[in-house]
Structure formats: C-alpha cells, structure tokens
Design a protein around this ligand. Structure first.
Ligand SMILES: [Zn+2]
Length: 228
C-alpha cells in the first residue's frame, strides 16, 4: 500500500509526506536528516521538507518548520514571537513537553495564527484528550499519533494504555478525522507495522487524502503570499 509519512526523519518506504530534520545531539547516533542534509537532499515532489528550529532561532529555508520545546527549552511566548518573525506556512510542534508547556500553550499559538496550519506531533502524550478537543474546535490544528501509538502499546509489544487506543480509534471516525495525519517517527519506529494498523482500521486511504489536503493548503497559502 502506498502511504505518506508525516513524521519521518529519514526516507524509508513512504511515497512522500513530511521529512523533518533534527539538529540535536539528544537523538544520539540515529541516522536522521540534519537541516543541511535535508536542504541538499533530492526527495521528490511528494515530500515537504521541514527544517528544525534550534534554541538560537537560526535562519531556516523551508516553508514548514519544526519546533521542539522539549529538546530546545524555548517557551511558548518565544515560539509565538518567532512565528511572527519567520512567517512559515505550516508549523510542526513536538507536544511531549510536560510539565513545562500546558495544552493551552499549544492552543493559543494556533489560535493566534489562523492562517498557518499547525501539526501537533504526538498529539500531546498523556494530554491526548485535550488535543482531540483542540483539533475538534480549531480548524488549523492537525494531529498525528507518531511515537505514542507505539510507546503506549496501541501498536507493538509495549504495555497497552487503553485510553490511547480509544482516542486513536475515535479520531479516525470523528468530525475532525480530516485533520489526522499518519506519522511513524521512522527510523525510531518502523513504518510498515504502523501503517498496517491504519489499514486494519480502514483509515489508510483517509490518511493519504488528509496529507494531500494538507499539502494543497500549503501550496494555496504560498500562492496567496506571492500575490501580496
Ligand atoms: Zn520525531
């Protein structure tokens, strides 16, 4: 089955999706893209490149950027200010940052920038219900279940926390199912085994369509900006 992976740090078997760079020693020696490697890579038209914003808030070249508060230690206020300066068309934020950010911190950033699409990677971890609520009520919020789907045992062999399975199954049929994206966190977690779970839940096609729509929104946004 052809699939797009919206949370990958390396090319595996996906046909496209978001390719997210990491600029941090905390990932150890995993073979992942850095900003420079990503800039130089030729990934094809179905991939959106996403550069990583460090604590120094360095210059980026991509239309989508990733903020990683857990690694970089920046505050919600700093990210809000940086978005206002950088003006990306879409933003990926890692949401596993307890106890330093609350779910409201993420929400207010998305609220303040209604013309920017926000992908909240990992859907908030233990706060997953709050993130489903945000996605329901705020139309520029998208979620993926990368990392948590494996860590909390919905897929794979780790101990299962049933709340995550319920939340994921609900999200795939909920009113806001059009803003759920598939992500694997490859190469930390495998792609095929994760995709298979979405296939079993008749949601693999939905995930592909959602990415196409996400990409179209970004293209539209760019054209509008070019006209201004
Ligand atoms: Zn990741």
């Amino acid at each position: 089955m052809m699939f797009y992976d919206c949370h990958a740090h390396q090319v595996g078997t996906q046909a496209g999706g978001l390719m997210i760079a990491i600029e941090n020693s905390k990932v150890g020696d995993m073979p992942v893209y850095s900003n420079l490697a990503l800039r130089q890579a030729d990934l094809g038209e179905h991939f959106c490149k996403v550069e990583y914003v460090t604590h120094a808030f360095q210059k980026t070249t991509t239309r989508i950027v990733k903020y990683h508060p857990r690694f970089e230690g920046y505050s919600a206020q700093q990210v809000l200010r940086d978005i206002a300066i950088r003006r990306p068309v879409a933003v990926v934020i890692d949401t596993l940052n307890a106890p330093f950010w609350t779910s409201y911190d993420y929400w207010k950033i998305a609220h303040a920038n209604p013309d920017i699409q926000f992908l909240f990677s990992h859907a908030g971890g233990y706060d997953i219900q709050k993130f489903l609520e945000m996605c329901h009520f705020t139309k520029n919020i998208w979620l993926d279940f990368s990392y948590i789907q494996n860590f909390y045992g919905v897929i794979g062999d780790r101990p299962k926390y049933k709340m995550f399975e319920d939340a994921m199954e609900y999200a795939l049929v909920a009113d806001f199912k059009g803003r759920i994206l598939f992500g694997s966190d490859y190469p930390e977690y495998p792609q095929e085994r994760n995709v298979a779970w979405y296939e079993e839940h008749n949601a693999a096609q939905l995930m592909n369509e959602n990415f196409e729509r996400f990409r179209a929104l970004i293209e539209n946004h760019r054209e509008k900006k070019a006209l201004m």
